[in-house]
Design a protein around this ligand. Sequence first.
Ligand code: IMP
Ligand code: MG
Length: 172
Amino acid sequence: MPNLKVLLSREQIQKRVTELGASISADFQGQPVVLIGVLKGATIFLSDLARNIALDATFDFISVASYGNEKQSSGEVRLNKDVDNSMERKNVILVEDILDTGLTMSYLVRMLAAHHPRALKIAALLDKASRRVLPIHADYVGFEIPDQFVVGYGMDAAERYRNLPDICVVEE
Ligand code: IMP
Ligand code: MG
């Protein structure tokens, strides 16, 4: 049974998510946006972020799997569920839990760019910048964190712990 240590408290998360929502609201100046959540890890972040965006916002969801074991992506990304709607001429914000190696996001950006959106931005709650393999950066970052495996606030270890209100480090 792993030991869970709080890295980011629910209060810290809420404060930062409020700030991210305000930045997005200011940047898009009254234009509508589509928030695309990357299932399943981004669902809780998306639901909190959306409520802090003072714009006409719609939701879509995408699901990808990267081959490899639980904690290490192999770099090969497979699309499990595509977006429901065309993103042509839309202001798209890809909402992700963690930007790690960047392989998943690079794949999604390439895929969505083919829709010819009006804008394509990335909002990542967490950024493990030291782990980056591909040169991709998020436009909106909640927190930069060290190379530690985290769970909670949507993020899992083998599907568990997504419902923890705080973001915790797993200590084996
Ligand atoms: P990337 O393709 O390496 O950037 O992987 C990003 C995905 O790996 C994230 O969307 C997460 O689902 C998962 N991931 C990376 N680090 C962690 C972590 O510390 N905890 C839980 N999931 C993680
Ligand atoms: Mg994920």
